[in-house]
Design a protein around this ligand. Structure first.
Ligand code: GDP
Ligand code: MG
Length: 201
């Protein structure tokens, strides 16, 4: 049977998140919903580390290229390049420059529906379109239009895994097994226990 409590996701606070002094705020958002922090580290990632991170799924290059081109067309804009693989190649160069520009914080969060819950709290990829109340919607104002004109990557504070499979691969890429800590958090009783029979004295 599926153990809901054990679902894990990877979150990276990107260089702009640190520079904006939003580390505490971001951690608070994931903490207060009831997720458990089971791994955390700070580092300046290499360009190779970032390239590998985004290409763990060999399909990512094609899917992201197609998605990006569709995005332009939906807005009535002409994509800078028509070939999806070339679009992603350009994107990847910008991602490497952005993500390796300073310290980042990588974290593993655990709990029921961790992947989906974190994506919901984080908000849509493009901050302009992220809902108010999400981290990106509340703390950053970037858009694809503005970042494209400046030929840079969109600054959206955070990376979070897009699926359970993606999370498993990404966690292995950023953390060694012994860097992730299995422990009990008292609040899990109120979140997950079937019977709440230990409250009254
Ligand atoms: P995420 O999972 O929400 O981070 O988004 P993706 O995995 O689809 O994309 C990874 C990164 O590629 C994003 O953080 C953006 O920097 C960039 N990206 C994705 N889609 C687009 C797009 O349509 N246009 C542009 N300019 N960049 C994009
Ligand atoms: Mg993604």
């Amino acid at each position: 049977m599926k153990n809901f409590k054990k679902e894990r996701t990877l979150v990276i606070i990107k260089p702009d998140g640190l520079q904006r002094s939003l580390v505490g705020e971001i951690i608070t958002r994931y903490e207060r919903i009831g997720l458990k922090l089971v791994g955390l580290k700070m580092m300046v990632p290499s360009a190779e580390m970032i390239e590998k991170h985004y290409t763990l799924d060999p399909e990512w290059v094609r899917i992201t290229g197609e998605k990006t081109i569709k995005g332009y067309k939906d807005k009535g804009m002409k994509p800078p390049i028509e070939d999806p693989l070339q679009v992603t190649k350009l994107l990847l160069e910008r991602l490497k420059k952005y993500m390796a520009s300073g310290p980042v914080i990588a974290m593993v969060w655990q709990g029921a529906h961790a992947v989906q819950i974190v994506r919901k709290i984080t908000g849509k990829t493009e901050p302009l379109m992220s809902d108010v109340g999400t981290i990106r919607g509340d703390f950053v104002l970037d858009s694809y239009e503005m970042s494209d004109i400046d030929e840079r990557c969109i600054r959206n504070l955070i990376h979070s895994s897009g699926s359970v499979k993606e999370a498993e691969d990404e966690i292995k890429h950023w953390f060694r097994e012994e860097e992730i800590i299995n422990y009990r958090l008292i609040q899990e009783q109120i979140l997950y226990d079937v019977n709440l029979d230990g409250i009254l004295e």
